[in-house]
Write a protein that binds this ligand. Sequence first.
Ligand code: NAP
Length: 261
Amino acid sequence: MRLKGKTALITGGNSGIGLATARLFVAEGARVAITGRNRETLDAAVKELGANVLAVQADATDPAALERAVAATVERFGGLDVVFANAGIAAQTYVGKTTHEAFASVLQTNITGVFFTVQAAAPHLKAGASVILTSSVHSELGMPGYSAYAASKGALKAMASVLAAELAPRAVRVNVVSPGATLTPIWEKNAPTPEAFAKMERGMSATIPMGRMGKPEEIARTVLFLASDDASYVSGQDLFVDGGVNGAALGAPLFRTSQPM
Ligand code: NAP
């Protein structure tokens, strides 16, 4: 068990990547606090994962709610060994079609929410603790329509470098995980029916060297690595878990020739 006796806080732990990570962390011996806005999915996660999970309803855009979530976690489980600042939203913000409010809301959740998560947790981080921020392959892709989302995710790498430097004197590591397209509910807004989802998945898979979208469990295993002592000398890094998109884009099925190897 790689997290035996450790305490972790996961924002956005009631769905997708955060929930898969909570599941894995509990299986690896951790006590886990999860946050999110949706009470029903928070309760369902506790029902599934048992007494080692505490669910706190907290909006990541509200610093006071984040402070309360951290306080509740520390009161129940003690000081923090792991913080996975993972809550985030995706939205399209095409040039010429975007309101100030829509743009700001992405930055507010994905950048400011992450900073204030870490700030709330900071006084309670133990020596040797690990902080992980969820960015995205969008920080590098240049995909049309995603200015705010891409900017927010790129900002996290810059922020992680600063946080890693600030927290190094306390032996706290800070890293980024950058998932590629992963099968979670975040896609449901763009592809609300099973047919639309299957079409989206086919199209997306053609652009990924591994030829398929990722599973949340595959991101969770990387987060576990960064959270655990296996990564005790890793800090300030951005780890892409994207089936090769960032490192080997031209290996995607879309670009393959029929020439045999
Ligand atoms: P998801 O299933 O939609 O999960 C998003 C999580 O964030 C939910 O738990 C949601 O909980 C929480 N959240 C969103 N806004 C929040 C707020 N204001 N306050 C508190 N919690 C909030 O999607 P996911 O794919 O697992 O996303 C997790 C992270 O991975 C995000 O940062 C996303 O940008 C990133 N990511 C995803 C992909 C992908 O393809 N799936 C790829 C790259 C990066 P509530 O709704 O209950 O608030």
